[in-house]
Design a protein around this ligand. Structure first.
Ligand code: IMP
Length: 178
């Protein structure tokens, strides 16, 4: 169900087109190499499923889940790993797939953690980016869309665990975000 008074931000057609563009860039960048794709749960699962089916690469997939606690919707940088990797990434090329990078706290924590495991390389791909919200500097190599000062749901993204199954992305009205 679509949240009341929400605004359509990115349609499924726009998302599909952009996902294909990003996937072909990734395929070109990693041509002939094996790639480990790490999805950051839960929000990544729809985007990741679409990205991987458009890749022309030999890939391995795993997931991590990180809880970032703070006041309300705000990340505090106080991150707890709920699900760790099940594979060894030492010497491997790694691509992290995120749904959205907001303050950057979660991603910075994850990058710090993964760097200690000595991958050959790592890059970051996110469907959505809230650049203006950044508190921690993180390098994001592949970005689907920039998002302004709105809270978005759909296509894997939630508000209190709702709306993940919506095929399009919506901006919630400010009164719901409060
Ligand atoms: P960060 O640590 O502040 O970058 O937070 C990243 C996480 O916050 C994302 O993986 C999302 O789970 C969540 N998040 C941030 N903004 C939004 C939004 O607009 N909609 C849904 N989830 C969001």
């Amino acid at each position: 169900m679509i949240p009341e008074n929400s605004q359509l931000l990115f349609s499924r057609e726009q998302i599909e087109l952009r996902t294909r563009e990003i996937a072909s860039r990734i395929s070109a960048d990693y041509q002939g190499r094996q790639l480990v794709i790490i999805g950051v749960l839960k929000g990544c699962f729809v985007f990741l499923a679409d990205i991987i089916r458009n890749l022309d690469l030999d890939i391995t997939i795993d997931f991590v889940q990180i809880a970032s606690y703070g006041a309300g919707r705000e990340s505090s940088g106080d991150c707890v790993v709920l699900k760790d990797l099940g594979i060894d990434i030492r010497g491997r090329d790694v691509l992290i797939v995120e749904d959205i990078v907001d303050t950057g706290e979660t991603l910075a924590h994850l990058i710090g953690d993964l760097q200690q495991r000595s991958p050959a390389s790592f890059r970051v791909c996110t469907l959505l980016n809230k650049q203006y919200r950044r508190r921690v500097e993180v390098t994001v190599d592949y970005i689907g869309f920039e998002v302004d000062d709105v809270f978005v749901v759909g296509y894997g993204l939630d508000f209190d665990e709702r709306y993940r199954a919506l095929p399009d992305i919506y901006a919630l009205p400010p009164e719901v975000q409060a």
